[in-house]
Ligand binder design. Structure first.
Ligand SMILES: Nc1nc2c(ncn2[C@@H]2O[C@H](COP(=O)(O)OP(=O)(O)OP(=O)(O)O)[C@@H](O)[C@H]2O)c(=O)[nH]1
Ligand SMILES: [Mg+2]
Length: 296
């Protein structure tokens, strides 16, 4: 039988304000870590595609940076622009909010989708953290008046609650058509990109609030030598003081960052990894449109 008649395939954007759990959702839907996560807002900076093929359905999920109000720096403006760009060309949208909150930034996301004709599924995440359960239903009813959502689904991504339902619902709305990617492909991002992101994740997670978000990572080497994958990562910071914070006492912190990143890389690349990290000051990169392009 002709595959294009039998199969469904489409793009599903995952949007929402920072920190609601979009990247965690992508990783759980894929059952694989593709997108980095942390408890801090604005962790994701790029559009990240995660592909899942199950039976006759291919889901092409697109994780996006959290849409946010603060747009002073070029980096922040670029992140918001990425979200709007992704929304232009998708088949289904997963709009993620959290707990019983719907604030100004959630409203911004909703406004950005005003003219969209494709189905928007509203996911209320972190339901595991809702103490007053009886308040959930009225909250859902209120949110349902904000737009004609195709579905409203309470979920807890971390515990997996209702994720099957999400996937089943998404499948219903995907257009009939041939697969766009090979069935075993999980992302369209390169291994180099994933390596840089894993390093950035460990920095974001380990540095608490000591460091602003002005850190970027470039991979200078990514090569097999014998049975070992050698990766060299250059960490760019904005100010000399930040370099010292990342390096830590006698290099302690950089070692911890390196170790955690290496362990994740070995899992992601299914190979022994030798990771070298350097830190360099490159002032103003988060405000430099050209530098941003080289990072995307
Ligand atoms: N309790 C609880 N925490 C969750 C759940 N889903 C995600 N989180 C946590 O929420 C935090 C933010 O998750 P991310 O996936 O990085 O959020 P994001 O929306 O991608 O954030 P940005 O990339 O910054 O826009 C992390 O600490 C997650 O572990 C959930 O279902 N329950
Ligand atoms: Mg994210």
């Amino acid at each position: 039988m002709n595959q294009s008649i039998d199969t469904r395939c489409g793009f599903i954007a995952i949007v929402g304000r920072p920190n609601v759990g979009k990247s965690t959702l992508l990783n759980h839907l894929l059952e694989q870590k593709i997108s980095i996560t942390s408890r801090k807002p604005q962790t994701t900076r790029h559009r990240i595609t995660g592909i899942k093929t199950e039976g006759n359905v291919q889901f092409v999920y697109v994780d996006t940076p959290g849409l946010h109000k603060e747009q002073k720096k070029a980096l922040n403006r670029a992140m918001n622009a990425t979200v709007l760009e992704v929304l232009k060309d998708v088949d289904v949208v997963l709009f993620v909010v959290e707990r019983l909150i719907f604030n100004e930034e959630d409203q911004m996301v909703l406004d950005a989708m005003q003219k969209l004709k494709v189905p928007v599924l509203l996911l209320i995440n972190k339901c595991d953290q809702i103490e007053n359960r009886e308040r959930l239903l009225p909250h859902i009813q209120r949110l349902a008046t904000l737009r004609d959502f195709a579905e409203v689904i309470p979920v807890a991504v971390l515990t997996g609650h209702n994720l099957d339902t999400v996937q089943e619902c998404v499948a219903k709305y995907l257009p009939v058509g041939p697969f766009m990617f090979p069935e075993d492909q999980v992302t369209d991002r390169s291994s180099r990109f994933l390596a840089a992101e894993l390093i950035r994740e460990k920095i974001t997670r380990q540095l608490g609030d000591e460091l602003p978000y002005e850190v970027a990572v470039e991979i200078e080497k990514f090569a097999m030598e014998g049975p070992t994958l050698h990766i060299h990562g250059l960490i760019l910071v904005d100010k000399p003081g930040q370099k010292q914070i990342i390096i830590g006492n006698a290099g302690d912190r950089l070692k911890m960052i390196g170790k955690a990143a290496r362990l994740d890389m070995e899992q992601a690349f299914d190979n022994k990894v030798m990771l070298h990290l350097w830190v360099k000051v490159k002032s103003g990169w988060a405000d430099d449109e050209r530098a941003l392009q080289s990072l995307s």
